[in-house]
Design a binder for this molecule. Structure first.
Ligand code: PEP
Ligand code: MN
Length: 343
């Protein structure tokens, strides 16, 4: 249920309405964007609850039911896009945010070299895994906290923000301590304990689509984090499993306009995991920008063939630089500037 409130309602009046609803056994969440003040009732109502129950409460102008199962992330509740501000950069504001870096942090020298290379070519966010979800337990699992420290220092030195994956609820405080954005990997999209734990972090979350998740399952996963108190979630399309084996996954770019319509959260595309093949990263990044992605995340390494993980899908700084030139040009043509850090 969504209660549309009087425009001029004060915070005190709204707080007292929320406590009144609380006393009725209902949990309400406020949203104040684009000149609207809405309250979503996210607990204590079901499909049999009648909207007129709320019509006579103070401040309430009108009452509507949610059109779907997801609530706080829906366009019903918030028409305007969510803009996530992170230092000097933002995502969701009509520009394209570029995140780049290795699949895994391998050493201090490696992450510093890559940070410098991607910063010089216009990336805003440095990516790199310190806790790696590997298919085999015998493969490199990541440097853990040591890796996060290397990456934090490198990102600071080159004026970048930093994003890294968190795999378990217990590690949320640790990864939040060093990183600007927490990544939840495809394999953990429905790790509900982890989703809840990131709800209490003050860091934005990039949630990757599960290997076989529908749009609805994807959005409901984001709803866990948002309903646990963290509104700053971005959704990342990273390819899904299909019958096609030529590419590692099938990058579902249809997800971008569909998710943009269904939710107000920023949408990111990962053409690296989405295709698994180097020569497809630039074309699919450009396509992602054209279909309306708010950001892209790509794997870049100063020596792609020597990358300890995901070498086949990792591009060199040179290829990344050429792609950035093209993205800047396309952006000018379609009115989507590249979001670049002023250093
Ligand atoms: C990654 O970003 O390196 C990664 C493991 O991604 P995904 O969860 O999409 O497989
Ligand atoms: Mn990877």
């Amino acid at each position: 249920m969504i209660l549309q409130l009087e425009q001029n309602a004060s915070h005190e009046q709204i707080a007292s309405l929320i406590s009144r609803l609380d006393a009725m056994g209902l949990k309400a969440v406020m949203n104040r964007t684009g000149g609207h003040t809405n309250l979503a009732i996210i607990r204590g109502v079901d499909k049999n609850t009648r909207p007129d129950l709320f019509k006579h409460l103070p401040l309430v102008k009108s009452v509507t039911a949610f059109s779907d199962k997801f609530k706080l992330t829906s366009r019903d509740f918030q028409q305007e896009k969510t803009i996530i501000e992170m230092g000097d950069v933002a995502i969701g504001d009509g520009s394209l945010l570029v995140m780049a870096g290795p699949c895994a942090i391998e050493s201090r020298e490696q992450i510093w070299g890559i940070a410098e290379a991607v910063a010089n070519r216009g990336a805003s966010v440095l990516r790199g895994g310190a806790f790696k979800p590997r298919t085999s337990p015998y493969d490199f699992q990541g440097l853990g906290e040591e890796g996060l420290i290397y990456m934090r220092d490198a990102a600071r030195e080159f004026g970048l923000l930093a994003i890294s994956e968190v795999m378990s609820p217990e590690d949320v405080p640790l990864v939040s301590k060093y990183m600007d954005i927490l990544q939840i990997g495809a394999r953990n999209m429905q790790n509900f304990a982890l989703l809840r734990a990131t709800g209490s972090s003050d860091k934005p979350v990039l949630l990757k689509r599960g290997l076989s998740a529908t749009y609805m399952e994807f959005i409901l996963a984001a709803e866990y984090t948002v309903s646990c108190g963290n509104p700053n979630v971005m959704l990342c399309e990273r390819g899904i499993r299909t019958f096609e084996t030529f590419t590692r996954n099938t990058l579902d770019l249809t997800a971008v306009p569909v998710l943009q319509e269904m939710t107000h959260l920023p949408i990111v595309v990962d053409p690296s995991h989405g295709t698994g093949l180097r020569h497809l990263i630039a074309p699919m990044s450009k396509a992602a920008m054209v279909v309306g992605a708010d950001g892209i995340i790509v794997e870049v390494h100063t020596n792609p063939d020597a990358a300890v993980s995901d070498a086949q899908q990792t591009i060199s700084p040179q290829v990344f630089g050429e792609m950035m030139v093209d993205l800047r040009r396309i952006g000018q043509a379609i009115g989507t500037p590249l979001r670049e850090v002023q250093v």
